[in-house]
Design a protein around this ligand. Structure first.
Ligand code: UDP
Length: 318
């Protein structure tokens, strides 16, 4: 297939790009590099089936030749306001890439009669009142909170994707991605896994926002890529959103303990009550029944196993 992938220089995007190339597809990556990085795709730059175009997909996208699939991965994704890559620092870009970027990429899919994959997020559930989160749950999102620029952009993106499917019959798919980690995450991304890894490896106290009782469920990048690839390739009626994430739930304090064990460092936990924003979800865990039934997919890599290559990658870059 000839595939357009936005956000292909990002963490998940670049790993997905590797998979597409391995499977023999031709890939055109569009990325404006505001949070992605050239290093993530440097190893592909001389590959015959790979083309990188530096472009902001909130602006018109013109693609010559046939296209079989359009995959919209581009977006800032870290909620941390202290990171230069966090969406609270990039609020307008985040809203625009979710709204105009989704509209433009759907337009490309329509023009080429290509299939379409939107990477949405567990953030559409907001601070969830149902647990674990099933795709049928409508969510609990503050429309003007600090996270709203991401959450509402992705909710709009899902609505737009379904509208193109219902109105024009575009063969769309929507993945709701839950917390994912692995090699190539930015060291200063600001999210819990990269922060804790950098802190543990450099002998700094691990910064726990709030009391550390809030939970997340962490998926290793290889499992994520497998789930997304299966969704892209699935036949039949797979148009409704599908949660892709690891259902093993743990508290943020437990995550810090695991990172201490895997790095082999004795870590000091620093609890920072005032760093935890009001829209920071208290619990998050995907119900992956739909992914199991539709894609025959579930994660295989336990947290400690996935953290090992991640630690090696971080050590090499620190
Ligand atoms: N968090 C933390 N310390 C950090 C970074 C994050 O305690 O240095 C917390 C954050 O408040 C949240 C959880 O870890 O409750 C997961 O945050 P992350 O930024 O990884 O992404 P989120 O799942 O909130 O989108």
């Amino acid at each position: 297939m000839r595939i357009l992938l936005t956000g292909g220089a990002g963490f998940i995007g670049s790993h997905f790009c590797d998979r597409l190339i391995d499977e023999g597809h031709e890939v055109l990556v569009y990325d404006n590099l505001i949070t992605g990085s050239r290093e993530n795709i440097a190893h592909l730059s001389n590959h015959d089936s790979f083309t990188f175009i530096e472009h902001d997909v909130t602006e018109f996208i013109k693609v010559e030749g046939k296209l079989d699939a359009v995959l919209h991965f581009a977006s800032p994704a870290s909620p941390n306001p202290n990171s230069p890559y966090g969406y609270p620092q990039l609020p307008i870009q985040t809203l625009k890439v979710g709204a105009h970027g989704t509209h433009n990429t759907l337009g490309v899919a329509r023009a080429h009669r290509a299939r379409y994959l939107l990477t949405s997020t567990s953030e559409v559930y907001g601070d969830p009142l149902e647990h674990p989160q099933k795709e049928e749950y409508w969510g609990n999102v503050d429309p003007i909170g600090l996270r709203s620029v991401y959450d509402e952009a992705k909710r709009f993106a899902e609505a737009m994707t379904m509208a193109y499917h219902r109105t024009y019959g575009i063969n769309t798919r929507i993945a709701r991605i839950f917390n994912t980690y692995g090699p190539r995450m930015r060291l200063d991304d600001g999210r819990a896994v990269p922060n804790f890894l950098c802190q543990a490896l450099t002998g700094q106290p691990v910064t726990i926002y709030g009391d550390g009782s809030q939970t997340r469920s962490f998926c290793y990048i290889d499992d994520m890529v497998e789930g997304l690839y299966r969704l892209l390739m699935a036949d039949g009626d797979v148009h409704l959103p599908v949660n892709i994430g690891n259902p093993v739930e743990m508290s943020i304090t437990e995550l810090a303990e695991v990172i201490g064990r895997v790095t082999g460092r004795s870590i000091e936990m620093q609890y920072l009550a005032d760093q935890r924003g009001p829209s920071d979800p208290q619990r998050r865990q995907p119900d992956i029944s739909r992914a199991k039934a539709w894609l025959d997919w579930e994660p295989k890599v336990p947290l400690e196993a996935g953290l090992k290559p991640t630690v090696e990658d971080f050590k090499a870059r620190l």
